[in-house]
Every structure is written in structure tokens, then in C-alpha cells.
Design a protein around this ligand. Structure first.
Ligand SMILES: [Zn+2]
Ligand SMILES: [Zn+2]
Length: 143
């Protein structure tokens, strides 16, 4: 005999961050396909997933944390992914994601490189905020 309670637990609904960018959401739903891009960062090659727009923001933000060029490739680089851990990471279904504006980027790296990239991203974001904070209110320039 069932008590007839219309209770439907949905545990999968609240551990994911709110992703307002639909392109990011569909990119994350299809890992392992052409949605994967590669972030080239200080000698690291790290697979990343997100929409083109948010991946580019992620790349640009990481660029604030280094004096070297951060590149984003839409294809597998010639040398492949050198780190064996990072190479296996895309097959792990529970990759942490990094919120960026209204989207997310999943860093499909081993935990060491994941931490490294996320640290750089945070540093870059802080630097960017400092740089973009206007010293003078707009319109104060006399012409
Ligand atoms: Zn997006
Ligand atoms: Zn790695």
C-alpha cells in the first residue's frame, strides 16, 4: 500500500550552479565532442569546455595573471595533452566548473592543474578589476 505522497526528490537540481548562458549549458551537456577547446597557458595544455564567448572571457581573464600569452585552441594541439592526468580528466563526469559572469567554464584537468588554472583565473580577475576601476568618475575630463 502506497501512502500516495506526490514527493519527487530531485537531488540533481541543486548541486549545479545556475548557468544562465544556454550555450554554456549545451556545451557542458556534450563533453568529449567538439565543445572541448584547449587552453595553452605557460606550457600547460588544458582541455576546457564552455561556449565560445565564455571560453574567450576565461582566456582573457587568465591573461591578466601572466605576462605570457594565453592561447585558446579550438582543436587538439599538435603535441596533444602532455600531462597524463589531464588527458584522462575529460572522462571524469564530475569536473568542477568555474563560474564566469553568467556562464561557466569546465576545466577538464587533473586536480593539480585544475587548481593551478583556477588560481590564475582568480588572480587575473582581481587584477582586471583593479585595472578597470576608474580613477576618475566618467565625464570629469574637461575638454
Ligand atoms: Zn556561455
Ligand atoms: Zn595535469
Amino acid at each position: 500500500m502506497s501512502p500516495g505522497e506526490p514527493q519527487q526528490p530531485r537531488p540533481d537540481a541543486d548541486d549545479a550552479p545556475a548557468i544562465r548562458c544556454e550555450a554554456c549549458r549545451s556545451a557542458l551537456d556534450a563533453p568529449g565532442r567538439e565543445a572541448v577547446a584547449f587552453l595553452l597557458f605557460e606550457g600547460l595544455t588544458v582541455p576546457v569546455v564552455g561556449c565560445a564567448d565564455h571560453l574567450e572571457r576565461f582566456r582573457a581573464t587568465c591573461g591578466f595573471a601572466t605576462e605570457r600569452t594565453v592561447e585558446l585552441l579550438q582543436h587538439r594541439p599538435a603535441g596533444g595533452v602532455p600531462c597524463p592526468g589531464c588527458r584522462l580528466a575529460p572522462h571524469n563526469p564530475r569536473q568542477p566548473v568555474v563560474p564566469i559572469d553568467d556562464g561557466v567554464v569546465a576545466v577538464l584537468a587533473c586536480s593539480t592543474h585544475n587548481t593551478e588554472i583556477v588560481e590564475r583565473f582568480r588572480t587575473g580577475r582581481r587584477t582586471r578589476q583593479q585595472l578597470t576601476t576608474p580613477l576618475d568618475p566618467p565625464g570629469s575630463t574637461q575638454y
